[in-house]
Design a protein around this ligand. Structure first.
Ligand SMILES: [Zn+2]
Length: 255
């Protein structure tokens, strides 16, 4: 029983064979998934999937790379969607300094607006961080994001930063990179962070785990992430599956 907490089955990469991808996920033991929408088309599709499939939940928000495109109407729309029973979190939101489509000040403003919305509607937040750790931590502190907490999605930082995030009421989610042979930091993070504070994800179609690195990722591969964490922690795969699923259900307030 696995919970893939971050999928983009709403991406066009799954248009042709979505049903088969979902069947393979079920065969691999995936019982729940959260599909993440981060702009107009992907939010719409995330909502459709959450309505169509009982085991799919939705997370809706605005991606920092596209922050410059978010209007006030979009933010109001996201707020309306949070009333839907299958919407379990807001995001992905955050900062991405790798791409320069949206200036940093606009990214920060859009990030802050979404944190405030999450506090208003009392939902956890899902954080996307690329090359912006210090500013993310500062904003989470300044906005008192600990009040709602959430997920550091596909965490790639150091064990020290991971422990700082735990103090701010965030869980650490590990994806495909923890399985890469040369991925020192994610493996250290998997070792240091208590299992009760860990989640697993694929971020599919991106970041496929070893041995599928470079190929299209899919939710069934989250099993490889759980197996790697079990190996690093010296515990059973079943324990990783049970505890990370319970962590996700608690955070997303699923029965
Ligand atoms: Zn994502």
């Amino acid at each position: 029983m696995l919970f893939d907490t971050h999928v983009h089955l709403n991406a066009e990469q799954f248009d042709e064979d979505l049903q088969e991808v979902i069947e393979r996920a079920k065969d691999a033991g995936v019982s729940y998934m959260t599909v993440v929408g981060f702009d107009r088309p992907t939010i719409k599709r995330a909502m459709e999937l959450a309505e169509e499939y009982e085991f799919i939940y939705a997370c809706v928000g605005w991606h920092p790379v596209d922050a410059i495109d978010m209007t006030n109407e979009d933010l109001l729309w996201i707020e309306e969607l949070t009333a839907h029973p299958k919407v379990v979190a807001i995001g992905e939101m955050g900062l991405d300094y790798h791409w320069d489509k949206s200036p940093k000040d606009i990214q920060k403003e859009v990030f802050r607006k979404q944190i405030r919305l999450a506090k208003k509607v009392k939902l956890p937040i899902v954080i996307h961080n690329r090359e912006a750790t210090a500013d993310i931590v500062d904003i989470l502190k300044e906005e008192d994001a600990a009040e709602v907490g959430g997920i550091m999605h596909c965490f790639s930082g150091s064990p020290e930063v991971a422990l700082e995030c735990l103090k701010m009421n965030f869980l650490i989610s590990l994806g495909g990179p923890v399985t890469f042979k040369n991925a020192k930091k994610p493996k250290e993070v998997a070792a240091v962070v208590p299992l009760e504070k860990l989640l697993i994800e694929t971020d599919c179609p991106y970041l496929a785990p070893h041995p599928y690195r470079g190929k299209r990722n899919e939710p069934g591969y989250v099993k490889l992430v759980a197996e790697q964490i079990a190996e690093i922690k010296g515990i059973s795969f079943e324990e990783v599956a049970i505890v990370t699923t319970a962590n996700a259900k608690k955070l997303f307030d699923i029965n």
